[in-house]
Design a protein around this ligand. Structure first.
Ligand code: S3P
Length: 176
């Protein structure tokens, strides 16, 4: 029996993880878990408040605990936070419990999608384009190491969801 039943969307901020994940879950009639929303619900704080009051390290601990918990469950569609790749144990645990798909997008598309938003603490200070490029410089290798990739630069969440479901069906037929 296939044990790896979760679908986990990983990727930089603004690549479409939450919007796509919600659609995939609806189409497959599965439970959707948005990790940032879960952390906020559990702590009673917005992500930006956690960063400001408790610091990024505390946030990464909440994130890590949640990855461990979700990886022990089945049939979920999970939208991870963009920084989940910073701890290789997160990616490893997710890979043991399902198909991990990395969504990526051109820096210009990411900027376009996040420019009017103000809930991402790592993009709060200074020039957003520079922050995105700096963070991507550090993380690119971590995202690129995920075998399954979908480039969402020119894709709507609907067509990204189609592609994710297609990849999951292939994975179910011949698991990695
Ligand atoms: C982060 C991405 C955010 C959120 C937090 C940190 C990151 O999630 O977890 O602000 O380190 O890239 P999204 O990718 O859903 O915006």
């Amino acid at each position: 029996m296939q044990d790896k039943t979760n679908i986990v969307l990983i990727g930089f901020m603004g690549t479409g993880k939450s919007a796509t994940g919600r659609l995939v879950a609806r189409r497959l009639e599965r439970e959707f878990v948005d990790m940032d929303a879960q952390v906020e619900a559990r702590t009673g704080r917005k992500i930006s408040e956690i960063f400001r009051i408790e610091g990024e390290e505390a946030f990464r601990r909440y994130e890590r605990e949640l990855v461990q918990e979700l990886s022990a469950r089945r049939n979920l569609v999970i939208a991870a936070g963009g920084g989940v790749v910073l701890n290789p144990e997160n990616t490893r645990d997710f890979s043991h419990s399902g198909l991990v798909i990395c969504l990526k997008a051109a820096t210009s598309a990411i900027l376009q999608r996040v420019k009017c938003e103000d809930h991402r603490p790592l993009l709060e200070n200074g020039d957003k384009a520079k922050r995105i490029m700096d963070l991507l410089d550090v993380r690119r290798g971590l995202y690129d190491a995920i075998p399954c990739q979908v480039d969402t630069t020119y894709m709507s969440p609907e067509s990204t969801a189609d592609r994710v479901i297609e990849l999951y069906n292939e994975f179910v037929e011949s698991p990695q």
